[in-house]
Design a protein around this ligand. Structure first.
Ligand SMILES: *Cc1c(COP(=O)(O)O)cnc(C)c1O
Length: 374
């Protein structure tokens, strides 16, 4: 049997709960900005011990809104180069200029040093991305640097549902945290996004932006250049059900990751990204560095063709400063980002992964690694 790259887990009970909630919305006609959205916001905030949550249409919208609230138009915004296109695209959509920074190979994340290296007098925000669900212990030093320079820290926590560092939850380290509920993320509403914040002004501004920049729900006075970034009630209903599984999903995923890490410890050629002290990852991605110069395409093809194991997508294979549409913002080489982008793979981790699937992945990866790298 094939181990798929990803599996979306809505069990029969959850499917029934979503169906009932959707039926209720259709019956009442409350199809947007209604009770399911409020329920989803409350539950997601509680799961992250955050004060406020604002549900929006996508993770990209969540980022763009946070950056618009900061006011990044015509300013520089620091982003890591090894992130999803949307991190930089949100900066551009908000009228800012992405400035790419390098990262640490041990966390795939920005450091205070790599951020400081690219700060300019025009920097208005730094977007820290918790790649794979790992929150870097550098987050406090990055926050302190931002505070000193009068720069806002925004988290792209699309990967980091339920993750923490020293008991502090993803989405609570900066002015705002942006989450995505795209289907492959650890919890999903099919499509959707969420902004977490402790700041009531950020919350109120985000609510204005998501609904066409209207000053009030029922008014037609547009006070911000918002857009239709609302989440539908049908999506919110699915998200509100799924978020109830977050703790159990994270626990299961961490169990899978622990088995991978233990089994791979004896394979010298492979370097898994492990949790820094104090960090609790959801292992949205289980990241493994291959040796320098390794033929990643061949590695992936061998485990797929011979062992029916589909590795999940990289995070990410082409850094943003080399993406065709972002070349105009490129600011020189970023050696660590380029290196880690070129030679990591991600092992499949599912929220309901079975033992036999874990074994199949390990057999595939250890066999191919020994053959290719000795
Ligand atoms: C998924 C993702 C996003 C965007 O989320 P959408 O909901 O697809 O808009 C942003 N940043 C990162 C790092 C992501 O993985």
């Amino acid at each position: 049997m094939t181990v798929p790259a990803a599996r979306i887990v809505f069990d029969a009970d959850d499917r029934a709960a979503v169906a009932a909630a959707v039926a209720e919305s259709l019956a009442t006609g409350a199809l947007t900005l209604g009770p399911h959205t409020e329920r989803f916001e409350t539950a997601f905030a509680a799961a992250h011990r955050a004060q406020h949550a604002v549900a929006v249409s996508t993770g990209t919208a969540a980022l763009e809104i946070a950056l618009r609230v900061v006011g990044v138009a015509n300013h520089d915004v620091v982003v890591p180069s090894n992130t999803f296109y949307a991190t930089a695209a949100a900066v551009v959509h908000a009228g800012g200029r992405p400035v790419f920074a390098d990262v640490a190979a041990s966390t795939f994340a920005l450091t205070a040093e790599t951020v400081e290296a690219v700060l300019t007098p025009s920097t208005k925000a730094v977007v820290l991305v918790h790649i794979g669900g790992m929150i870097t212990p550098e987050v406090d030093a990055i926050r302190a640097l931002c505070d000193r320079r009068g720069v806002a820290l925004v988290e792209d926590a699309a990967h980091a549902h339920g993750c923490s560092l020293d008991g502090r939850m993803a989405g609570t380290f900066g002015l705002a945290g942006a989450f995505s509920f795209y289907p492959t993320k650890v919890t999903t509403s099919a499509e959707g996004g969420m902004i977490l914040t402790a700041d009531t002004q950020v919350r109120d501004e985000a609510r204005i932006y998501r609904d066409q920049g209207k000053g009030a729900f029922t008014a037609n006075h547009h006070v911000r250049d918002g857009a239709s970034w609302r989440l539908s009630e049908l999506n919110a209903a699915a998200g509100a059900v799924h978020v109830q599984r977050l703790t159990e999903f994270v626990k299961h995923r961490r169990g899978v990751a622990a088995r991978y890490t233990e089994a791979l410890a004896g394979i010298g050629a492979l370097t898994p990204l492990t949790e820094p002290p104090g960090a609790v990852s959801n292992f949205y991605k289980y990241i493994l560095l291959l040796p320098a110069g390794a033929d990643r395409a061949r590695f992936k093809a061998e485990v797929a063709d011979r062992f029916a194991v589909r590795l999940s997508g990289e995070v990410y294979d082409l850094p943003l400063h080399k993406q065709p549409v972002l070349l105009k913002y490129a600011n020189g080489s970023l050696p660590v980002a380029e290196d880690v982008c070129s030679r990591h793979v991600c092992l499949p981790v599912h929220s309901d992964m079975r033992d036999d699937e874990v074994e199949q992945v390990l057999t595939a990866v250890t066999t191919v690694s020994r053959e290719m790298f000795g």
